[in-house]
Design a protein around this ligand. Structure first.
Ligand SMILES: [Zn+2]
Ligand SMILES: [Zn+2]
Length: 232
């Protein structure tokens, strides 16, 4: 595999594709309880979480034309089956990757490099981990020209805490992922776009409260960021 540069043009769009989700956006894909997303930042391809089941993960990737061999980095948010279930199957296909794990996850060996995270960490130019918050979960932050894009697994440390950490890097442009039972909707008012999916209990409430910010999730959804809904 050709070596890839880790540099990132801040103006470059990032592309996020939801591979694994409780619901489907693109027909033909398999919905299942769990979460995984492919994130393209410059030349880098990141796999965020791996869903519950390796077969569904790889099959959805195939249907979406996302080649597992192109993934450089696997970022695992937390040690729950619906986020790590597909990891072993993925690493059987491509183990030439860096795997970024919260220190509470044990036993990941078959990879080029395993990086354990406790405190906030810069992974690539403009790409950061919040650190393992409350000893359970890390979230991914990506800098864009419109602000931080925050990708979350289940938000077990509380979205309020995660947002607090992310805001130290600047304005939050978008939040994507599982928000669990988060219902303090006022906190979202400064954020430009919200894609609450996976385990989020209050998707319809968020969509109703912030129709101009809401982005629908589901496996097969592709989101280009920065996101400008008004653009033709
Ligand atoms: Zn969880
Ligand atoms: Zn989950």
């Amino acid at each position: 595999m050709a070596a890839k540069k880790m540099t990132q043009d801040k103006r470059t769009e990032i592309n996020i594709a939801l591979i694994y989700d409780n619901t489907v956006y693109q027909s033909g894909l398999t919905p299942d309880w769990g979460f995984s997303a492919h994130i393209r930042v410059g030349e880098q391809n990141i796999l965020f979480d791996t869903g519950s089941d390796g077969h569904i993960l790889l099959e959805n990737m195939r249907m979406m034309n996302i080649d597992p061999m192109n993934i450089d980095t696997v970022f695992i948010s937390h040690n729950h089956f619906d986020h790590i279930g597909g990891l072993a199957a993925f690493l059987r296909v491509n183990y030439d990757v860096d795997v970024i794990i919260p220190s509470s996850l044990r036993g990941v060996k078959r990879a080029k490099r395993v990086i354990e995270v406790t405190t906030p960490l810069t992974l690539l130019d403009g790409v950061f981990s919040t650190g393992e918050l409350l000893g359970i979960e890390q979230s991914l932050m990506i800098k864009t020209s419109a602000g931080i894009v925050l990708v979350v697994g289940c938000s077990h440390p509380g979205l309020k805490n995660i947002i607090h950490v992310a805001k130290q890097q600047g304005h939050i442009h978008a939040i994507i992922g599982g928000l669990h039972d988060f219902d303090d909707f006022d906190i979202l008012c400064d954020i430009d776009y919200i894609c609450p999916t996976h385990c989020s209990s209050y998707i319809s409430e968020i969509a109703k409260r912030y129709p101009e910010k809401y982005i629908q999730g589901g496996a097969g959804k592709r989101i280009k960021l920065p996101y400008f809904k008004e653009e033709k």
